[in-house]
Design a protein around this ligand. Sequence first.
Ligand SMILES: C[S@@+](CC[C@H](N)C(=O)[O-])C[C@H]1O[C@@H](n2cnc3c(N)ncnc32)[C@H](O)[C@@H]1O
Length: 205
Amino acid sequence: MVSNPYQSLQDRLGITETLPYTAHWSAAQDFLQLLTDHCLENMPTTIIECSSGLSTLVLARCCQLNKSGHVFSLENGIDFADATRRNLQHFGLASQATVIHAPLKKHTLDKTDFDWYSIDDLPENKIDLLVIDGPPGYIQHHSRYPALPLLHQRLSDQCTVFLDDAERDEEKEIVALWQEQFPFFKHTFIDTERGCSILRSRNPG
Ligand SMILES: C[S@@+](CC[C@H](N)C(=O)[O-])C[C@H]1O[C@@H](n2cnc3c(N)ncnc32)[C@H](O)[C@@H]1O
């Protein structure tokens, strides 16, 4: 029998049924543990996530345990969005998360075009926690770079940003670009299975 790589996370979250995951595509256990630690300790009100899936279930369960907070998950793939919505229903977490079908569209940043999520349907709330695990790297060079240029004005003063897959060279370059443009972020790299960059806002407002 294959052991469940997420068992300790499920135990922590009090989830008895095996969470749905896809090897290599779902966020890794240690990244989700870090997110869980952060959410349970800081109780963010508005969580925005770039790419839906297992991470949406985990974040929604944290909000349920906290009795506060809501996840808004941007997902470009309509089938993936539907699957995450079904899983939220199945695990009794539909009230804690909204999956927004957000097709990739052209955003021009500093004369460079990127395919990134449409944010037309994103609520105006200030963001307390931003989790970046998409779009996939194969879409384009620096695929996840637009997240901060496009969302930084919506971040709360105490916002925390988690970037998955941060041990990849492209993600390291993205973090360096962000630090040049947004020097009020303090960066911490955690040596998880795929690397996790955490940026904490020190924005005086
Ligand atoms: C790294 S995955 C997202 C993982 C998500 N945060 C989670 O923890 O499950 C990034 C994007 O890849 C796409 N994706 C997910 N599973 C996939 C698969 N098996 N094959 C191809 N694309 C996939 C979805 O559009 C998803 O938003």
